[in-house]
Design a protein around this ligand. Structure first.
Ligand SMILES: [Zn+2]
Length: 116
């Protein structure tokens, strides 16, 4: 089983090998502004189907994570871990998956506001 997601213009695509159980909403300083609902996993379970040049990335603070957006349509697409401890971790914007996959899912909040 594979579930596919893509940005508005289709340049950045990804696939998951398992159905997500929930979406995660960040309330931290950058999380609220992205307006994304994330699905977290590993690089083995979520496969990106794009070139590095298809996205622009942004990091802040301890630069442990790079947040990516499509360079053409601007959709927030995914994040990737940048340091030794999280290099295999990835999050994709669940809003880029088909609505029939994500609409029934529970939305869990990640409290980044009080943990920073
Ligand atoms: Zn795009």
């Amino acid at each position: 089983m594979s579930i596919h997601g893509e940005c508005f213009c289709g340049t950045v695509r990804f696939s998951l090998d398992v159905a997500p159980k929930w979406l995660i909403r960040y309330n931290g300083p950058i999380g609220r502004k992205f307006g994304a609902f994330w699905i977290h996993s590993t690089q083995q379970r979520i496969v990106l189907e794009c070139e590095a040049s298809d996205t622009m990335s942004y990091s802040f603070g301890d630069r442990a994570i790079a947040y990516h957006s499509c360079i053409l349509c601007g959709c927030t697409t995914h994040w990737e871990g940048l340091n030794e401890d999280n290099m295999d971790r990835i999050g994709v914007n669940g809003l880029l998956l088909p609505a029939e996959v994500t609409d029934p899912l529970e939305i869990r909040k990640f409290d980044g506001a009080s943990s920073i």
